[in-house]
Design a protein around this ligand. Structure first.
Ligand SMILES: Nc1nc2c(c(=O)[nH]1)N[C@H]1C(S)=C(S)[C@@H](COP(=O)(O)OP(=O)(O)OC[C@H]3O[C@@H](n4cnc5c(=O)[nH]c(N)nc54)[C@H](O)[C@@H]3O)O[C@H]1N2
Ligand SMILES: Nc1nc2c(c(=O)[nH]1)N[C@H]1C(S)=C(S)[C@@H](COP(=O)(O)OP(=O)(O)OC[C@H]3O[C@@H](n4cnc5c(=O)[nH]c(N)nc54)[C@H](O)[C@@H]3O)O[C@H]1N2
Ligand code: SF4
Ligand SMILES: [Mo]
Length: 853
């Protein structure tokens, strides 16, 4: 390590691992070895939270197996990352001591001049800086986490930020799937959904990559295969032959970014062929509401939405004595009014199968067939008896994860798919898409306040990203570089990064790294990530196999669970983990009492609260949370079993949700038409005029903030502008790696085969032949913002006009070995055109050139 040699430090920070070193940890505080034992815990190598059975002998982890007890609830097996997780813990490239930068100059190619420091010096340096900021303006401190949310849980950092007084706590969801969440929120008042795979007969997946990636504890891959065995038909719409697509009945290789054109084309066909669940649309959704000429919802003096009553032939609120018209234009108070459904039908009327073929490159015949299949399989009108009551039976579910959301118009893409499911009435039906906590947050149905000047550095819910409810991860760097551009009333001074490699994970990485030169940075990580390389102080953390955590779990439509993580080793005898670092910061800053109050509020600890005046270890904290969340279950059972699971009754699965909150007169309605966006846009216009904001292009905002998905949403900026760049560039996950950073040093994952050691440029073989590119040739991907190069991987499993490169490879950190640097860091060349509604980072809209190096 260059920096160390320069500083004359002899103790190796990145030394080689010695098994005896692990054995001598017997005295470590939170770890009691026995000759041979098994520990039940929860993996968090990635966000699936699979149950694991950690096998030890002589106090050393020898193997990690799936926890078979969780199989009946959700978790059938573990993946290669989880099984080899011990090699990430016994990893010689772990951070082992706090480090201080001695070279003021920052850059990935600059030697930081690291010196090891004591924890005392580290805490002292950090808290002095924080104390000064807190007295001046606490907002100048930014706390950023990513993966960290799933380790100690985001409620601890949130409590700390609140006690400190900064509004600037920023998670990573806009680099993940935020657009999908915001589409859900605008439509049905909360986020998250899963198909009812035990009953679904037709499953249409728009680029959910669940065999290679997934966020549902490997429930999805198993449940979807079981469903197929039971006769479910599956269609995957995706530009690349993913593993999902390879297992589907039909793969539709849509042109990247054009899914929405296909979806709206299907909607048009469904309407034209009368596959419309009128009863559902009228009873549960706002499709019948009346709109004025500007698309504004017509309301009465009480603020009730008006519908057209076909009996009295007048505009009335939806109550017991009216029969709303779904379609039509009417006259009300001498004004022309039109139903929201009619507006939608008009909007899609020219998205014909031929037009879909032209734009999305899906043959017109196939568009018609898919629409017909959806319409027929939905069995509109059918019911089944559940718990003695008749319930809608619509066994069709549409799905996506990042495939539709990691885009400039991500919100509109998933809104379009939700609208199709409203048209056929399959939402929360038996066999349809099951919503998670419908209408839990009524505030999502309100327009944004479009705040200006922004309070938060990430501009969440400001005039810039009015409905960003999941932070705006990639914006922090841009605001730091140009605070005036966004009217930010302060200049950020310090950033703490806890388990996130944010600048590496975001698209258009250059400004992300530039911004790190402007602030004092502390990075808490387990390896020398790129973010750590740009930091002033680096703190080593324990891994998930060394820590106590109350672990999140992934629900399924049929089960719920609570779980913990518990230490099985302390490979490098570390003193601190994320939890104790925050505790110590709060203690030294003199804000511990406030922190404790905030912890109790955020975790909802009522029966088992933290008490003031006492220092709680991570284990004690987990015990309190476990007891609160499991209503007093003994902590011994948590230690023995690692989790507790519950099967839901049919009534809980099918009779909660939208039946309770939206069905029938007088209730709020699911937003087929997102009228709150019309009001938000009006406010954006007003705010921009009032403050003369130059950095907002109102015409572009109006397209993004449209109350209905429309044709324009199939044309993200690079598709319109990058005319000299003939290829579409997409990105995706790889099974043998997790995100950025830590898995790149796992020797087992790297040894599995050539395609686990590095990624390459996935190119259609026919196109490659035309360009004289052979397998393994080095090729260049050039976009409007840069060039990267990598090995050509030829396949017929990608569209001819598309090239792909996975994430996770091409590390640049000097603190990682050469083998971790193999492959392509694709984010360097992906353009950033965030979704204005949600703040979502676009990853799959860039266009590129491709040629031999
Ligand atoms: N092995 C592994 N598993 C993981 C992770 C990991 O790092 N490694 N990370 C976890 C996390 S945080 C997440 S959020 C999930 C993500 O889980 P997913 O969203 O399921 O996985 P991604 O690979 O990110 O999804 C992108 C998919 O979209 C497709 N795609 C690209 N452009 C388009 C398009 O225009 N249209 C359509 N229809 N499809 C398109 C890509 O081919 C790819 O299959 O995975 C989780 N699981
Ligand atoms: N091109 C492309 N880019 C992508 C994606 C893609 O598919 N393609 N996926 C996107 C998605 S879905 C997401 S969620 C983001 C993720 O982006 P990030 O939030 O940056 O998440 P990670 O890359 O998981 O960063 C995790 C960091 O945490 C560290 N870490 C791991 N375990 C521990 C621990 O126990 N303690 C501490 N303190 N640190 C730990 C790792 O070493 C790593 O440096 O990336 C996004 N970026
Ligand atoms: S899928 Fe994720 S959580 Fe599950 S075993 Fe693999 S790495 Fe661990
Ligand atoms: Mo993610």
């Amino acid at each position: 390590m260059k920096g160390l040699a320069a500083a004359g430090v002899s103790a190796p920070i990145f030394g080689s691992f010695n098994l005896n070193a692990a054995k001598t940890q017997a005295g470590a505080k939170n770890w009691t070895p026995s000759p041979s034992d098994s520990i039940k815990s929860t993996c968090v190598h990635c966000v699936n939270f699979c149950g694991i059975d950690i096998q030890r002998s002589d106090g050393v982890i020898r193997a990690i197996y799936p926890d078979s007890a969780r199989k009946e609830f959700y978790n059938h097996g573990i993946c290669p990352k989880g099984a080899s997780g011990l090699f990430n813990t016994y990893n010689p490239y772990r951070l082992k001591k706090p480090l201080k930068r001695t070279n003021k100059k920052k850059g990935l190619d600059v030697d930081p001049g690291w010196v090891e420091i004591s924890w005392e010096e580290a805490f002292d340096t950090i808290t002095k800086k924080m104390d000064k900021i807190r007295r001046e303006d606490p907002a100048k401190l930014i706390w950023q986490h990513g993966h960290g949310k799933y380790l100690i849980g985001d409620k601890f950092p949130k409590a700390f930020a609140k006690a400190f007084g900064t509004p600037n706590l920023v998670h990573r969801t806009t680099t993940c799937e935020a657009a999908r969440h915001v589409a859900d929120e605008l439509t049905w008042g909360y986020h998250g959904f899963l198909p009812d795979l035990k009953q679904t007969r037709l499953f249409v997946n728009f680029g959910g990559n669940y065999f290679e990636a997934e966020q549902f504890s490997r429930w999805f891959d198993h449940a979807s295969l079981d469903a197929k065995e039971n006769g479910m038909y599956s269609v995957v719409v995706e530009p690349r032959l993913s593993v999902c697509a390879s297992k589907a009945d039909k793969w539709i290789p849509v042109r990247p970014g054009k899914d929405i054109i296909l979806i709206l084309g299907i909607a048009r066909e469904l309407i034209a062929n009368q596959f419309v669940d009128e009863e559902f649309l009228v009873q549960y959704t706002n499709a019948p509401i009346l709109l004025g000429e500007q698309g504004e919802a017509i309301k009465n003096q009480n603020g009730d939405y008006l519908i057209w009553d076909t009996v009295s032939q007048s505009a009335r609120p939806f109550s017991d004595d009216v029969t709303p018209a779904l379609r039509g234009r009417f006259k009300h108070n001498d004004r022309q009014v039109i139903t929201a459904f009619e507006t939608f039908a008009n909007g899609v009327s020219d998205i014909t199968p031929q037009y879909v073929e032209e734009v999305a490159d899906v043959p017109a015949k196939q568009v018609k067939q898919l629409a017909q299949l959806i319409g027929e399989k939905a069995m509109i009108g059918a019911t089944v008896v559940v718990d003695g009551q008749r319930k809608r039976y619509r066994p069709v579910a549409l799905h996506t994860f990042r495939g539709l959301s990691a885009k400039q118009y991500g919100v509109q893409n998933w809104r379009a798919a939700l609208i199709i499911q409203m048209i056929i009435g399959s939402i929360d039906a038996v066999g349809g898409t099951q919503l998670h906590s419908a209408y839990k947050q009524p505030k999502y149905f309100k327009p944004s306040k479009a705040e200006y000047p922004p309070k938060r550095v990430d501009l969440q819910e400001s005039v810039f990203f009015p409905h960003a409810t999941h932070n705006v991860a990639q914006q922090v760097a841009l605001s730091i570089l140009e605070p005036d551009r966004y009217g930010l009333p302060y200049v950020p001074e310090m950033q703490i990064f806890y388990a996130t490699n944010r600048p590496f994970s975001t698209s258009d990485t250059k400004p992300q790294f530039e911004s790190l030169k402007k602030t004092f940075n502390v990075c808490i990580d387990i390896v020398m990530s790129e973010t750590a390389c740009m930091s002033d102080i680096v703190l080593p953390d324990m891994t998930y196999l060394e820590s106590w955590h109350f672990s999140p779990t992934r629900y399924t439509p049929y089960t719920k669970h609570s779980a913990i993580r518990q230490p099985a080793t302390n490979a490098y005898n570390l003193e601190h983990d994320g939890y104790s670092i925050i505790w110590e910061l709060a203690r030294r800053l003199g804000i511990l009492d406030d922190y404790v109050d905030q912890i109790n509020t955020r975790w909802g600890l009522k029966k088992y609260p933290f008490k003031k005046g006492k220092n709680y270890t991570a284990k004690e904290a987990v015990e309190l949370i476990w007891k609160e969340k499991t209503k007093g279950k003994s902590f011994e059972s948590a230690i023995e079993k690692g989790f507790v699971g519950k099967h839901l009754a049919p009534s809980e699965i099918y009779w909660g949700g939208i039946e309770k909150v939206f069905n029938g007169p007088g209730k709020p309605k699911m937003k087929f038409y997102a009228d709150q966006l019309v009001e938000t846009m009006a406010l954006v216009r007003q705010t921009v005029a009032q403050h003369d904001i130059k950095s907002i292009d109102l015409e572009k905002y109006a397209v993004s903030l449209s109350p209905l998905p429309q044709k324009e949403h199939g044309f993200p900026t690079p598709h319109l502008e990058a005319n000299d760049y003939p290829f579409y560039l997409i990105t995706f996950k790889h099974m043998y790696r997790n995100q950025s950073g830590n898995t790149s040093t796992n020797p087992i994952l790297n040894a599995l085969g050539p395609d686990t050691q590095e990624n390459g440029v996935v190119i259609n073989a026919t196109i490659a032949a035309k360009k004289g590119i052979r397998e393994g040739d080095i090729v260049v991907i050039e976009t409007r913002i840069g060039k990267v190069q990598g090995k050509a991987l030829l396949t017929q499993g990608i569209r001819p006009d598309t090239v792909g490169a996975s994430y996770h490879f091409g590390q640049q950190s000097q603190g990682l070995p050469e083998y971790a640097k193999k492959g392509i860091w694709i984010n360097q060349v992906l353009e950033l055109h965030p979704d204005v509604v949600s703040g979502m980072n676009s990853f799959n809209d860039t266009k590129c050139k491709l040629y031999k190096a």
